[in-house]
Write a protein that binds this ligand. Structure first.
Ligand SMILES: [Zn+2]
Length: 644
């Protein structure tokens, strides 16, 4: 994912923008006893992969926009790992289970007994299926609830075109269970097929072999031949059309958006080629992108073959396409080599953020890559101070009980990426690039934990190139809090120039002339605003606005920094545009800093509540949960609301 929440609200999971706290949660009641040594304890799932594993999933689903419901069946092909096992335990949330059948030895299907336990937030309801025959195939017939945490249903009015409804999933981290009963843990990988029916004029897509030439007829079939973890299961339906970028890549979007999107993402094929050169072939066939409505709570989600992308990165100058580099990079780090449980989030997000920056450097140059690195590290430095020691660590040492939120935040992304930059600096690219490529090959289509990475690095990096990095340094980076002294720094002459310009103005001089700022990119504007004091006098903000028109900016990255400064400074002139921005955009990373700033004063809190009440219908449940929690906390209410 693309997360990276700067500021208070907690995170976890992938999509480039960290996920909400509910994702890394309490220990489930009736903790699954990990009997088989291959199974890792995953406190986010009831599944018992040491006993039985889903190898293939066959979905037959109908999309019903009126009822906000998916209904149909899931048929599992099972590998009964433990010879004693006779139960299949699945994760579900808010599902209605209608029937469970198993295939008998004679090929006939017979009813199976099952128990659906009461819901235990945030895990959901444990579904226990009795399978005394150890059926190779079991089928669950079910339907979803309108409030399914992993689905968002939008009315036509909430879309760009305004004519067709829209629906999309966000399964990471533990939301797949709200639309398919599953072993919802990344240590289980399965292939899947799906037969999906919908209203005739709606296009349906999945994280599978989408056909760019598919006829829009309400009857769709999909196949995903590579085994994936459950959090990569994805579906979307709406008024979607396709625009190719290259032979193997293109954009799906609403008709009004598709040309803008394909122009913005025109470099995608080059990105694929650059990544293949560094880390080996792209193994998933097509790489397409789906542009979602602005309510998508994340920056992007690396659903295989079809990354889900926020429209907020389409700003006309390709300045925010590092998001595409990020989601594409997940085709190696995350989708191919996957964390075994979300407690090892950095193996997905840190490695991906590193690869993302390498792609950006290869396409747009080192200056831009370094500016992006500097922005990320500045935010990390600021955010990490307020975190617990456990949250500051990339992972918890083996044998230590995982803490809530241990996988959250920019730590997994930016400290993780920093760790890889450290290795790159010490060993040099001549050594480190082939090492990382070998790592992707070695663990392809597997889930691993942090200790496995350490062991692999010891054998293939430290032992082969002695004297460069010690095992203690590896362990410090992964298991200890804070940022090690060994962390390499980046310098950015372009940011130095921005710093000089800002300081001159703050010291009473002139604002930088437009002849200077005309050459600034998004990154420089972000840095300019981020370096401002905590608050500024209102007349100073007005002067900035007069010169650069920050208020009302179409660039969410700038809005994300400018509006909190405006709120903290009591610059009421921005309130109308703030309300408009918060209502229009649902991407948590962009809006939460402004909500966090608003709730600190009674007037701001009132505005936040007003905005939320207007925006609620259009927000994704994940976003609503985050905003509700911030408002409740400010009001001193018990924050029982989980983000899911
Ligand atoms: Zn990511």
């Amino acid at each position: 994912m693309t997360l990276c929440l700067v500021g208070a609200t907690a995170l976890a999971g992938c999509a480039r923008d960290a996920a909400p706290p509910a994702d890394s949660a309490a220990t489930p009641e009736g903790t699954p006893a990990a009997t088989a040594p291959a199974a890792h304890f995953d406190q986010h799932s009831y599944a018992e992969p040491g006993k039985v594993r889903i190898e293939d999933l066959a979905l037959a689903l109908a999309v019903d926009f009126e009822q906000k419901q998916l209904s149909g069946s899931a048929t599992y092909t099972l590998d009964w790992v433990d010879p004693e096992a006779t139960q299949l335990v699945l994760d579900t949330r808010d599902l209605t289970i209608e029937k469970v059948v198993g295939e008998r030895a004679d090929g006939k299907w017979a009813d199976l007994e099952y128990t659906l336990a009461d819901a235990q937030p945030p895990l959901g309801s444990k579904l226990t299926i009795e399978a005394p025959q150890r059926s190779e195939r079991i089928r669950v017939t079910y339907r979803t609830a309108p409030q399914a945490s992993g689905l968002q249903w939008l009315t036509p009015a909430m879309t760009e075109g305004g004519e067709q409804p829209f629906m999309f999933s966000q399964s990471q981290q533990i939301h797949a269970r709200s639309w398919v009963p599953l072993q919802d843990t990344p240590q289980v990988r399965f292939t899947y097929t799906a037969h999906v029916t919908s209203p005739e004029d709606v296009m349906v897509l999945m994280s599978a072999d989408n056909d760019p030439d598919a006829a829009r007829d309400g009857d769709y079939r999909f196949e995903m031949p590579q085994p994936i973890p459950s959090y990569l299961l994805a579906i979307a339906a709406g008024d979607l059309v396709f625009e190719p970028i290259s032979e193997r890549s293109g954009v799906w979007a609403e008709p009004a958006m598709v040309e803008k999107a394909s122009a913005e993402f025109a470099d995608t094929e080059k990105m694929i080629e650059v990544t293949e050169e560094l880390y080996g072939p792209y193994r998933w066939g097509r790489y397409d992108m789906l542009v979602l409505p602005p309510s998508f709570p994340y920056g992007g989600m690396e659903n295989p073959r079809l990354s889900f992308i926020t429209p907020t990165v389409i700003v006309g100058d390709k300045s925010l396409v590092s998001l595409i580099a990020h989601e594409l990079a997940h085709s190696w780090s995350g989708n191919l080599v996957t964390f075994v449980t979300p407690n090892h989030g950095w193996l997905n997000e840190g490695v991906t953020s590193y690869v993302e920056n390498r792609i950006v450097e290869a396409l747009y140059g080192k200056e831009r890559a370094d500016m992006e690195t500097a922005i990320a590290r500045n935010a990390l430095r600021e955010g990490i101070e307020e975190m617990s020691d456990a949250a500051q660590s990339l992972a918890i040492r083996p044998g230590v009980e995982p803490a809530v939120d241990a996988d959250g935040s920019e730590v997994a992304y930016d400290k993780g990426a920093w760790f890889l930059s450290f290795l790159e600096q010490r060993f040099g690219r001549d050594v480190f690039d082939p090492f990382l490529r070998g790592y992707f090959d070695h663990f392809a289509f597997q889930g691993i934990d942090s200790q496995t990475f350490i062991d692999y690095a010891k054998d293939n990096l430290l032992a082969k190139h002695p004297g460069k990095v010690t095992e203690a340094e590896l362990e410090q980076w992964i298991y200890e809090p804070g940022i090690p002294d060994s962390a390499p720094e980046v310098s950015s002459p372009r940011f130095d120039a921005v710093d000089t310009a800002r300081k001159a103005w703050l010291d009473g001089g002139e604002l930088p002339a437009t002849s200077v700022t005309d050459a600034w990119t998004t990154q420089e504007w972000v840095h300019f605003v981020e370096g401002m004091p905590e608050t500024l006098p209102v007349d100073r903000l007005a002067a900035l606005d007069k010169a650069y028109a920050f208020t009302g900016t179409a660039n969410g990255e700038i809005a994300q920094r400018w509006y909190p400064l405006a709120v903290r400074s009591g610059y009421g002139e921005a309130n109308e545009e703030i309300a408009e921005f918060l209502q229009r955009v649902g991407r948590r990373k962009l809006i939460m800093p402004t909500y966090d700033a608003l709730v600190k004063t009674p007037e701001g809190l009132a505005l936040a509540e007003k905005v939320l009440s207007d925006a609620r219908a259009g927000y994704h449940p994940i976003t609503t949960g985050s905003v509700d929690a911030v408002i409740a906390k400010a009001k001193g209410e018990a924050t029982t609301t989980q983000a899911d």
